[in-house]
Design a protein around this ligand. Structure first.
Ligand SMILES: *Cc1c(COP(=O)(O)O)cnc(C)c1O
Length: 391
């Protein structure tokens, strides 16, 4: 069996070969291998230099100062640090956090854990387009609200929140604004200053970098305090201890530098792919588009298929590597909480699939996927006729 067509870029991207090339230079004896915290010798200084260069590369993509970049093990840890670290450090000011029900699990489950710790959370329900409005946020704000966390781009829908407007509401009430921008990095223009963002999580492996590395941007402001979750040598301004993973960091830096160079080209490519994909499917009936195309990143398209059962659909589409959003939990098939969260009916949510593509996706792959979907739909929708034909 040939390899499936990979249309799951929102789950992870393959690393760009230029990233890997940088990474392997930062592991072995003939490269830069020392501990970047070793201040007493040249190999240590070289490693530190590599880390600081990567810090600047990441900062440049989001309009930050390199000193505002905190390395973590990924965006999951960055989200945990932002929410838990901030809420604990600011307990005396207020205990109220505002977020939404369609955030990534790294936010949702952290907020639930904070509730168990005695913090209060208001869970906003976005509209059917997957977006939270500034008016909604305004209504949820309280005197004791200290933090608002709303994602830049939803990972299942591709929907884009208006961060500038949302952060303005948070600030109006004296709260800080965090955003999980994992799916936005390299896809949207990001500028923490212009957008009024105090805390931002990003990940390496969603932007053609390696897995296992991420960043929390923490605005440099003496009044903005974060309590560490991981204690040790006091690395990263005391917010995240642990020997820096030079090769991972250098890989993420290179990936973010490439993203800055290629963001427009990547975006045009994704638009062309999406157009081809939707044009190819336009002949099929009974397809619902959950992604708000005008207000979404072009590389994520979430579709529902009428008249088919979700499980049969996945089996019929086994030539495609795609995601349903329903798998994550356990053996039971529960539909995606994101689709449920924007009001998609249960059975339709079960028959929904996220297609996501990226830098290395070709037009031929899109055409192959369209072909596969058409074949699957006609097979699944006419079981009676198909059976008759066999006789
Ligand atoms: C993938 C993803 C994460 C988790 O990132 P890791 O680096 O894999 O921990 C968090 N938020 C969003 C929106 C994501 O898509």
């Amino acid at each position: 069996m040939s390899a499936p067509i990979y249309l799951d870029y929102a789950a992870t991207t393959p690393a760009d070969p230029r990233v890997v090339e940088q990474m392997v230079r930062h592991l072995t004896l003939d490269g830069v291998y020392a501990n970047p915290a070793s201040r007493s010798h040249m190999p240590g200084w070289l490693a530190e230099q590599a880390v600081e260069n990567a810090r600047r590369q990441v900062a440049d993509l989001i309009g930050a100062d390199p000193r505002e970049i905190v390395w973590t093990s990924g965006a999951t840890e960055a989200d945990n640090l932002a929410l838990t670290g901030f809420m604990r450090a600011n307990r005396a000011r207020g205990r109220h956090l505002v977020t939404s029900i369609i955030e990534h699990k790294a936010i949702v489950d952290t907020a639930i854990a904070l509730e168990a710790e005695g913090f209060e959370v208001t869970w906003l329900t976005p509209g059917p387009d997957g977006r939270v409005t500034p008016e909604q946020l305004r209504e949820a704000m309280r005197e004791d609200t200290v933090l608002v966390s709303l994602m830049a781009v939803n990972n299942e829908l591709g929907s884009v929140n208006d961060l500038t407007a949302l952060s303005a509401v948070a600030h109006e009430f004296g709260a800080r604004f965090h955003t999980d921008a994992v799916q936005a990095a390299g896809r949207l223009a990001l500028d923490v200053e212009a957008m009024g963002i105090d805390l931002m999580s990003v990940s390496g492996h969603k932007v053609y970098g390696p897995k296992g590395i991420g960043v929390l941007y923490v605005r440099r402001d003496p009044d903005l305090r974060i309590e560490a979750l991981i204690h040790g040598g006091g690395h990263e301004r005391g917010m995240r201890s642990g020997t820096l993973a030079t090769h991972q960091i250098v890989g993420m830096g290179e990936a973010f530098a490439l993203a800055l160079d290629q963001r427009e080209a990547d975006g045009e490519h994704a638009h062309a792919l999406r157009q081809r994909f939707l044009d190819g499917l336009s002949a099929c009936d009974g397809i619902h588009i959950h992604s708000p195309l005008e207000q979404a990143v072009p590389n994520i398209v979430n579709l529902a298929f009428d008249g088919v059962d979700g499980e049969s659909l996945l089996i019929a589409l086994r030539g495609l590597a795609v995601s349903t959003g329903s798998a994550c939990n356990s053996a039971s098939v529960e539909p995606s909480y994101v689709l449920k969260g924007i009001g998609v009916p249960h059975s339709q949510a079960l028959a929904s699939i996220r297609f996501s593509f990226g830098r290395f996706t070709t037009i031929e792959e899109i055409d192959g996927a369209v072909e596969e979907i058409r074949r699957a739909l006609s097979g699944l929708r006419q079981p009676a006729e198909a059976t008759m034909n066999h006789r």
